[in-house]
Design a protein around this ligand. Structure first.
Ligand code: COA
Length: 357
């Protein structure tokens, strides 16, 4: 049996390829370096969904804007009970209100939903009224505007756009696998996206970037990095933002995001401090696990970028979902159109019933 299904091939896909040895990510024939910072999120949504969702509107940015306006109606269901939960739990609950279908309108509403609901939840938790979408803006610019209640600068919108593109799809990661398993039952796109969200929430997958800010804050100064990291590992903790099941060299998404943070201009000295922590972490991990090749993953610089864009750390996973939802939908449709029901086997290792004497 393969622990964690490592190296098990569970799907054929034309959507993305993660080359762990070369440190390369390909999305529908285009390398991430070609896309991040150049293509918009709306461009990659069209790239991913083409051929999998019938009747996609030619003007996708306008259609996605309309979808944001449509799903905003669900925000009225936010109540005190939901607002007492974490942002991802509240956002997930609102998303569960959407109808389960397979058409283009459902797909676009599901892509709009994490953005609209997260902004509304974060604002409401801070005591502000949710802000209605502006369908005329780009998705990234509108997310920041809805979050803050005021327009974002052009470089900020570009940086968020680069982030959403960078995380839009990534082979058969845990949340995409969960989405495909649900889609293989023909349950509908909303159910598949909810499965993806549930898997993304965990700290070993999309839940890592929030705690990275906690780690940087606790370390406080470069000279504390090594002792702090050693103490964490002594307690059997994992360092968030390092290691990956597939990448055994540097995660290419980490570099794309570091470039975005640099362009944006993070808080004075924050990037240099994070680089010092990163260097200390890599050195300690190399000493302690020399045979593991543990490198920086996407979450480390995600944390810095989303902090610079003024997202609260407990909403970072929601922002990851805003990008990855495009990949979940494309994979769900690919699975539903071409795949059989996903139904693997388990090996029973429990006791057998006693035979009657
Ligand atoms: N900190 C400390 N030790 C780590 C580690 C980390 N970030 N990542 C892996 N390891 C250690 C494990 O403890 C384990 O050690 P052991 O064999 O002595 O028990 C070994 O390395 C497992 O390595 P590997 O097989 O490469 O990891 P995996 O495929 O099982 O797990 C992750 C991959 C991503 C779950 C893992 O690296 C991790 O937990 N990282 C931290 C969370 C994170 O950043 N998640 C975001 C991923 S994009």
């Amino acid at each position: 049996m393969t622990n964690g299904l490592e190296n098990v091939v569970a799907a054929e896909t034309v959507l993305s390829d993660v080359d762990g040895q070369a440190g390369r990510l390909i999305i529908r024939g285009r390398s991430l370096d070609e896309l991040a910072g150049r293509a918009s999120f709306e461009d990659v949504v069209a790239l991913l969904l083409e051929g999998f969702v019938d009747g996609l509107p030619a003007d996708l940015p306008a259609a996605l804007g309309r979808a944001r306006a449509e799903v905003f109606a669900e925000v009225s269901a936010l109540d005190a009970g939901l607002l007492a939960r974490s942002p991802i739990e509240a956002m997930r609950a609102l998303l569960a209100r959407l109808a389960d279908d397979e058409d283009a309108a459902t797909a676009l509403r599901l892509i709009a939903a994490p953005a609209v609901f997260t902004a509304a939840v974060v604002r409401a938790q801070a005591g502000h009224a949710p802000m209605a979408p502006d369908p005329a803006l780009s998705h990234a610019a509108d997310v920041l505007r809805m979050l803050r209640g005021a327009p974002a600068s052009e470089p900020e919108a570009r940086a968020l756009d680069a982030y959403l593109v960078t995380v839009c799809d990534h082979g058969l990661n845990a949340s995409t696998f969960a989405a495909r398993a649900v889609a293989s039952t023909r349950a509908g796109l909303t159910s598949a996206v909810l499965a993806g969200l549930g898997a993304l929430k965990g700290p070993l997958h999309g839940g890592a970037p929030g705690p990275i800010i906690g780690m940087l804050d606790e370390i406080g100064a470069p000279e504390n990095a090594r002792p702090w990291i050693e103490a964490q590992l002594d307690q059997g903790e994992r360092l968030m933002g390092f290691g990956h099941r597939v990448y055994k060299v540097r995660d290419p998404r980490a570099d794309a995001l570091k470039a975005a943070v640099r362009q944006l201009g993070a808080r004075h000295g924050r990037l240099e401090f994070a680089e010092a922590v990163e260097a200390a972490a890599l050195a300690v991990l190399k000493d302690r696990k020399p045979d593991r090749a543990l490198q920086t993953n996407v979450e480390f610089y995600t944390a810095l970028l989303l902090e610079a864009l003024a997202f609260p750390p407990d909403a970072f996973t929601c922002v990851f979902a805003m990008g990855r939802v495009a990949g979940w939908i494309a994979h769900a449709r690919e699975q539903a159109l071409g795949g059989r029901l996903i139904r693997p086997q388990s090996v029973y290792v429990g006791p057998r019933p006693r035979r009657a004497a």
